[in-house]
Design a protein around this ligand. Sequence first.
Ligand SMILES: NC(=O)c1ccc[n+]([C@@H]2O[C@H](COP(=O)([O-])OP(=O)(O)OC[C@H]3O[C@@H](n4cnc5c(N)ncnc54)[C@H](O)[C@@H]3O)[C@@H](O)[C@H]2O)c1
Length: 304
Amino acid sequence: MKTVVAGGSGFIGSHVVDLLLEQGHEVLIYDLEAPRHGQDCAFVRGDTRDVDRLTQVLKGGDIIYMLAAEANVNRFFESPRFSNDITANATLSVLEAARRCSAGRVILASTEWIYGSIPEEGEECITEDTPYTANPDHIYTSSKIASELFCRNYQSLYGVNYTIMRYGIPFGERARPETVTPIFIRRILKGEPITIHGDGSQSRQFIYVKDLARGNVACLSEAAENQVFNLNGKKRITVLQIVRTLEDILGKKAQITFVEDRKGNFKGRFISSEKARRLLGWTPSLEYEEAMRVYVEWFINRIP
Ligand SMILES: NC(=O)c1ccc[n+]([C@@H]2O[C@H](COP(=O)([O-])OP(=O)(O)OC[C@H]3O[C@@H](n4cnc5c(N)ncnc54)[C@H](O)[C@@H]3O)[C@@H](O)[C@H]2O)c1
């Protein structure tokens, strides 16, 4: 039995592959792009929409992580049809290949976005039982909800097993340069201003990518079969806290420009990962500040 990681050359996928290899699993990366981080494992260049190619790669009992998607929500906005094609439609292809090959399971990367971005009155804590948002405000959200529903359909109609992982906002080594943390690090280092909308109290639960990779690998457990898990950071971090944490680590003050708040700016709701702790024994190993320190050191060492 091998573990196939579709999207294994990407940001999160590459960390999942590293950990699987470290733990002695047989791994095959299935991706349009070759691995960039020196992973020593099988690689097949292929498209997740290509059911025939996937069917050649998968064997009975194999487990496939579906981490290939359009992860950049701005590109989803610019090219909705293409982005949905490589996200929801591609998930359908992976499920179909898994059905044809009697694969062991499809483990899908989803997102906390499926709960919606507008805080519900009086709602304190989100769990996996919290329903999907009735009004997705982004095509990315709709495409991820569709991907999740396809998994459930393939289980009930064809007996293909799944695990759904709903990620928080990942940060850490190999993150895309255009995401918030690398942008803030670069601006502070260069003495360039950081623009904050409103008072900086809007918050997210950031999850360190290596802890997220541990959560992915924990999902191999039989206890995760046909289950949904939030894999998220332990606490909410405000935008201002990100800046203050980086100032502390870098030993340099940020130039902050406060501008008018965006309409409906998400203040954040707490998303519980208690189920992953209970069933899989997973919990983030590092506090936000500790993980950020490790990441910043890595980041600085790579500045030419
Ligand atoms: N990064 C985030 O902020 C975030 C947050 C929540 C959920 N997610 C989800 O996690 C997963 C991984 O995200 P990431 O940040 O590592 O993305 P990424 O863009 O770094 O990696 C995606 C990988 O998928 C590959 N890929 C894209 N289309 C493909 C196709 N048609 N066939 C084969 N390979 C293809 C790309 O070459 C890339 O290596 C995605 O499903 C994403 O939606 C990401």
